[in-house]
Design a protein around this ligand. Structure first.
Ligand code: FCB
Length: 472
């Protein structure tokens, strides 16, 4: 005789290490609004979003989630979530409007008040200096393909750290320089919208240089225990098959997507195969003696942003593309399986693979997952509830992957959920919702989604609940 257990099995919860940092993440242009207030000048994203046809729906960050005026309400939301950390970015054109010269006190004061409100709420502020909002004046002078931009960045890092260093102990130089260089200057999907693959390679080097010079500036300005980091959107690259051609396609994308940053930053060298692959576009003579030593200044941790894997095969892809010199060699096949509203595949193994790969490649470097999350079509139901079960499922599998990576020896110190709020999702405008707090953009009303309650419970317990708890 068989008996049926009416209750689903409840695997034990997955406990995270003591002291694990639980956070949420945002970025200045995506949430702040107040685009012309208190001396802020346009960034490349203001210009880009105001250019017809660049952003879905003609959306701009002029108002965004109005966080500049609602900062205290948003900190209170995080306090209720119980997070230990909050990752935000400083808007360069708000604190140093022309990208050069003296700081604007009012701009710095906003971040001082934010840091104070966080500290009062028991939340550790984690500041990113560059999340893509280059002052337009610096773009007009040549942007990231121009070396001087890296030097200006170091001066901006210095004045910002001097102003906030007594309150903010964790600093990230750049967020996802891959996107800034290749979506900004090669495919043109992001600001400033240029389509020059050669310029994008120069931009990548100057972003690396900005990082290295920025590390020096931060160390000089901050008290000794400060933590200095870099966040990369590393690509979990997978060849479609084991054929030599597909594996070579994967090697190319790994060079252009990952090693172009990892090798200079951690090993002080440029990948040889990258230089070979891109020879039709550049001889890399813009890399000057000593640059790679500057770029490889030691850092205290590496931030990893992960959303979806990158599956590649031999073939060709359309131009303009974000992959300089690879278009004739690589295609990106579409695989079956679940997808988010961004049309990105859902695959938590990619995150586990990235973290364990870094365990092997960069022993001794602590890791932080500085972004992970998903966009879905969310609706506030008549009872005022947002039942975002798909997002909870996404978060659960990805947090389980982080847990598994830790169990496998990866030194992962924290997880920052993207994002606290629905916000301006770059070229998609307000059409893609990544928040665990719903924002009604007409009224600016914030409504925590079911995922916010779920995350608060995970954070409070320091543990991912077993299956039964997760599906309630
Ligand atoms: C990352 C960005 C972040 C957000 C997420 C969805 O590439 O760093 O600002 O837009 O994607």
């Amino acid at each position: 005789m068989t008996t049926v257990d009416p209750r689903p099995r409840t695997p034990a919860g997955l406990r995270f290490p003591r002291g694990f940092r639980w956070g949420t993440a945002t970025a200045a242009y995506q949430i702040e609004g107040a685009a012309t207030e208190d001396g802020r000048t346009p960034s490349i994203w203001d210009t880009f979003s105001h250019t017809p046809g660049r952003v879905s729906g003609g959306d701009t960050g002029d108002v965004a989630t109005d966080h500049y005026h609602r900062m205290r309400e948003d900190v209170a939301l995080m306090k209720r979530l119980g997070v230990s950390d909050y990752r935000f970015s400083v808007a360069w054109p708000r604190v140093q409007p022309t990208g050069r010269g003296p700081a604007v006190q009012k701009g710095l004061d906003f971040y001082r008040r934010l840091a104070d409100a966080l500290l009062e709420a028991g939340i550790r502020p984690v500041a990113t200096l560059y999340h893509w909002d280059l002052p337009q004046e610096l773009e007009d002078a040549g942007g990231w393909p121009r070396r001087e931009t890296a030097e200006h960045f170091a001066a901006y890092a210095s004045l910002t750290a001097q102003a906030l260093g007594d309150r903010v102990a964790t600093w990230t130089t750049l967020n996802e320089p891959w996107c800034a260089a290749f979506l900004g200057y090669s495919s043109g999907e992001h600001a400033p919208g240029r389509t020059s693959p050669a310029a994008a390679l120069r931009a990548a080097h100057h972003l690396n240089l900005a990082h290295g010079l920025g590390v020096g500036a931060l160390r000089a300005a901050l008290p000794a225990p400060a933590e200095v980091s870099l966040t990369l959107n590393l690509h979990a690259v997978r060849p479609l098959t084991d054929s030599a051609a597909d594996r070579d396609a994967a090697r190319r994308i790994d060079a252009l997507g990952n090693r172009i940053f990892l090798d200079p930053v951690f090993h002080g060298r440029l990948p040889e195969d990258l230089v070979r692959d891109t020879a039709p576009l550049t001889d890399w003579s813009f890399v000057r003696d000593g640059d790679l030593r500057t770029v490889s200044a030691p850092i205290d941790s590496l931030g990893v942003n992960y959303y979806a894997p990158t599956v590649v095969a031999a073939g060709s892809s359309a131009r303009p593309s974000p992959w300089p010199a690879a278009e004739g060699h690589v295609r990106f096949p579409r695989l079956p399986g679940p997808r988010t509203a961004m049309d990105w595949p859902v695959d938590a193994d990619g995150l586990h693979g990235l973290l364990t790969g870094l365990r092997d490649e960069l022993p001794g470097v602590p890791l932080l997952v500085t972004e992970n999350g998903a966009a879905y079509e969310d609706h506030v139901d008549p009872r005022g509830r947002v039942r975002d079960t798909e997002r909870i499922a996404y978060l659960r599998t990805h947090l389980a992957a982080v847990h598994r990576a830790i169990a496998d020896g990866a030194d992962v110190r924290g997880y920052f959920l993207w994002s606290l709020l629905d916000n301006f999702e770059w070229a998609h405008g307000y059409s893609k919702r990544f928040g665990i707090v719903h924002v009604d953009f007409a009224t600016q009303r914030r409504t925590p989604k079911d995922s916010a309650r779920w995350y608060a419970e995970v954070v409070a317990r320091g543990e991912l609940p077993g299956e039964a708890a997760a599906v309630q």
